[in-house]
Design a protein around this ligand. Sequence first.
Ligand SMILES: NC(=O)c1ccc[n+]([C@@H]2O[C@H](COP(=O)([O-])OP(=O)(O)OC[C@H]3O[C@@H](n4cnc5c(N)ncnc54)[C@H](OP(=O)(O)O)[C@@H]3O)[C@@H](O)[C@H]2O)c1
Length: 476
Amino acid sequence: MEMFISGKAAQAGSGKRFEVHNPATGDLIDTVPAGEIDDVRSAVDACEEAFGKWSATTSRERGKILFRAAQMVRDRTKDLAILLTSEQGKPFKEARDEVQGFANTLEYFAGISASLRTGLVPLAHERYGAVIRKPIGVCGAIIPWNVPVILMGWKVGPALVAGNTLVLKPASSAPLTCLQLAGILKEAGLPDGVLNVVTGRGDIIGDEIARNPRIRKVSFTGKTSTGKHLMETASASLKRVTLELGGSDPMIVCDDADLKAAVDGAVRGRFYNCGQTCTAVKRLFVFESVADDYIRHLQAKIASLKVGNGMADGVDLGPMNNRKQLDRIVEVVNTVRAKDEGKILYGGAAPKGPAYDRGFFYTPTLVTDVAADSVLLREEIFGPVLPVVVVKDLDEAIERANDTVYGLGSSIWTKSIERATMGCERLQSGITWVNQHTKVPPDLPFGGIKDSGLGRENGLEVIDQYTEMKSVLINP
Ligand SMILES: NC(=O)c1ccc[n+]([C@@H]2O[C@H](COP(=O)([O-])OP(=O)(O)OC[C@H]3O[C@@H](n4cnc5c(N)ncnc54)[C@H](OP(=O)(O)O)[C@@H]3O)[C@@H](O)[C@H]2O)c1
């Protein structure tokens, strides 16, 4: 596939390409251009050329295009989901949900397009001031490989509906579905140059998006370390920055929780997308009075999960997305073993057999008796390993849950309103779920605190991040 600049398929100026492989089989799926800095500059030229007309259309007109694109995506869900599974690895049913999530997100932003307005502010002496909003101009978006399609929706939807133009860089190991979606947006009527997708290395394409002074805002999703570096680069041009970074979400299971629901929730929350989700359950705290029972059921449920090629029937966990991710998980589990940081109750190795030989598979892993200073509790573990910690009560659970540099999501499982409220008030995170984990509808603002990021995506609130506010006073 080619990059997508000014509404056309474009090859990299350098003519170089890189390969995209299926993480379940190692097969080559396609090649894409290895873009260079000049390709980003061409995309910015296209954005600037398109900006005048695009920003002058009404937000309602812009919303209509998003609605049409959402419908076209729904009609092509199956093909898009197959492509997503083949490049990313996740089970087909998860890929299908993600594609539908993209359509939902576009529809959400199309839906609010008709009501984007600002108001008058009463001032002294029966005068009024007004706050008007202007699109920022050329924006940049950088996305990772773990949920590339949904994250593309989170960035494209609000940026475009607010009247901006966009240069988007997909992840190098999962760029294909994003390129297809850009083509669908064009088919739905998006004018040339409004959305441009440039493929290539993060430290070249992503760095230029952060550095280029003609790009006035960048929304980045990825690792905390990359986000910090990007913010430094972007500071030279005083670019607005939204950072959606790593997390180490705690899940607290109280002694009055519906234990079956909490087992199902933990398994889905941790092992969905093979554990490669920013808001995955990465540390589980369970009350000691129910711990034995809970852990027994948890282990049984984990043992029932089927690992395999995401296109096979009944598969719960596909492969990890790439070799680096798998190597890191192997290293983490080896460290736990070598330093005696926990008891591996289930898993702890790659599955064996011819079906697994060529892919980046890892068995879902359950670790108990986790040492307080274990790597499992200190770092973001981006793979299918669930550490369980036994606590005596809610105070201890919350204290330990907050003992992390991250603050993305958190959940508390209880029937008590009082405990649920205490969790919502005291857990340090951008979102707290009660009796669920990981659901992120586009209607609610989403983002992290502490090292999990800056700013919010989604909800009506994200429009603040894609518009400049201007105060106006008129003297009659
Ligand atoms: N908070 C959230 O909403 C959220 C959602 C999803 C994921 N995440 C986080 O994302 C991380 C996993 O993603 P990842 O491993 O793909 O992260 P990553 O290595 O930081 O890469 C993310 C994106 O940044 C690009 N990039 C790499 N180096 C760059 C640089 N120097 N300047 C600018 N861009 C650069 C990458 O390009 P290449 O692919 O070409 O290297 C990719 O497109 C996890 O920490 C996860 O928690 C957060």
